[in-house]
Design a protein around this ligand. Structure first.
Ligand SMILES: [Zn+2]
Length: 80
């Protein structure tokens, strides 16, 4: 049996404001397999919500996985 040792140390994380965050939704309705339809990435949550409403209207699917992505810059308190 192997044992991994991880060393953690303090660091500061801040959002990279030069890279825009994105919003996306995937339809996960379905009994055996998920529908899988995706909204595509958007820079604003509004078009994703609109896509969800339209997809629900067209398919009666009512379960979605929503994702939000952004970038972070990490500054360790001190470099090794
Ligand atoms: Zn669907």
């Amino acid at each position: 049996m192997t044992r991994a040792v991880y060393r953690f140390r303090n660091c500061t994380m801040s959002r990279d404001e030069t890279a825009a965050p994105t919003y996306e939704a995937t339809c996960v309705a379905g009994e055996d397999t998920d529908c899988g339809a995706v909204s595509g990435e958007h820079l604003d949550p509004t078009p994703v919500e609109k896509w969800i409403a339209e997809h629900t209207r067209d398919t009666t699917h009512t379960r979605y996985r929503r994702t939000f992505s952004d970038y972070t810059d990490v500054q360790p308190d001190q470099w090794l």
